[in-house]
Design a protein. Structure first.
Length: 332
């Protein structure tokens, strides 16, 4: 019995000695004040471009997309684009397809059938993502909250308490759930400017990455269409040869009312594709877009309706057919 007890004590002492030796090694390996990599805080990402790239890379083959470099606020990012080469011996040029940024996620695949339709006509088609509107809104809200916190620091204790309770989480959750028809009070002009800056950088980086000879056309949907029209109006160089808009709108009553005049003021040829699938904001300005263009004698504006469900094969075919007839009218 005594021999078993002595043996047990020896085992316990051996374990204690081993743990003590390991502890000494850890102290030698880490100098005072040094932190392990896990302890270092990560910097916040201003926009979720990395997520877009990782999502595409996990679902697509390497030869099905290209990565475009863009620098935002002194940080380098990459976003994916899909390129569908022209199916004719001599291409007409390039069509850049920009989806509606208000849609959940980045619907690059949704525009692939339309890109293939244009490729059959002889166009090089490039599908690019957009910065999500909610991400741009969160960026503006974060800066606004920071300014409010700084101002509250110089005011009374009660004002500081009110500022601390006004966090971003309720506002962001509300933006995700509120339908487009009720977003008027949420989509302010500050959000419009933030998103416009990001989208313009996306388009410029994509055009720099992909360069084909021939005509250059922009096809934009929804909010992206309004943003591109506004940005092109202020641009002085590197303009496209024509613009195709589909379901154009902006979920802000003041800004959306200016869409018809914005379309009429454009110096570019504009093909306005409308359909029963257009949302409330777009339908609200549909008639006025055509009226204003006629009043201001915009010769190369055409509004054409396609009677098909959104993102259906027949809708893509109808859009490509209307565009083909319009290109012939332009003399292409």
């Amino acid at each position: 019995m005594h021999r078993y007890n002595a043996f047990a004590v020896l085992i316990v002492l051996t374990c204690i000695a081993t743990e003590f030796a390991w502890a000494q090694d850890d102290q030698v390996d880490q100098t005072p004040g040094e932190q392990t990599p896990d302890a270092q805080p990560s910097e916040p990402t201003p926009i979720k471009l990395d997520f877009i790239s990782e999502d595409v890379q996990s679902r697509m083959l390497d030869d099905e997309y290209q990565l475009v470099d863009v620098e935002i606020e002194s940080k380098a990012y990459q976003f994916p684009i899909f390129v569908e080469r022209a199916k004719r011996p001599i291409s007409l040029g390039t069509i850049f397809l920009i989806p509606d940024a208000s849609q959940n996620g980045t619907p690059l695949n949704a525009l692939m059938p339309l890109a293939q339709e244009f490729a059959m006509q002889g166009w090089n088609s490039v599908i690019m993502p957009t910065p999500q509107v909610l991400i741009a809104i969160a960026e503006v809200e974060a800066k606004r909250a920071s300014e409010q916190a700084s101002k509250a620091a110089t005011e009374t204790e009660q004002a500081q308490t009110d500022a601390q309770t006004n966090t971003l989480e309720p506002r962001e959750a509300e933006l995700v759930l509120v339908p487009a028809k009720q977003q008027d009070s949420l989509f302010e002009q500050a959000y419009h400017q933030a998103f416009s800056t990001y989208l313009t950088m996306f388009v410029q980086a994509t055009q720099k990455k992909v360069s084909f000879s021939g005509y250059k056309v922009l096809f934009a949907q929804g909010i992206s269409a309004q943003i591109m029209l506004s940005a092109l109006e202020q641009s002085t160089g590197n303009l496209p040869d024509a613009l195709i808009i589909n379901n154009i709108y902006l979920p802000n009553n003041t800004l959306n009312k200016d869409v018809p005049d914005l379309v009429a003021r454009s110096t570019l040829p504009v093909l306005d594709i409308v359909s029963p699938a257009d949302n409330y904001w777009s339908m609200y300005t549909r008639e006025q877009r055509q009226v204003q263009s006629e009043v201001k004698i915009k010769a190369f504006y055409r509004q054409r309706e396609v009677n098909a469900l959104a993102f259906s094969p027949s809708m893509h075919s109808d859009i490509a057919t209307e565009a083909k007839g319009w290109f012939r009218y332009l003399g292409w």
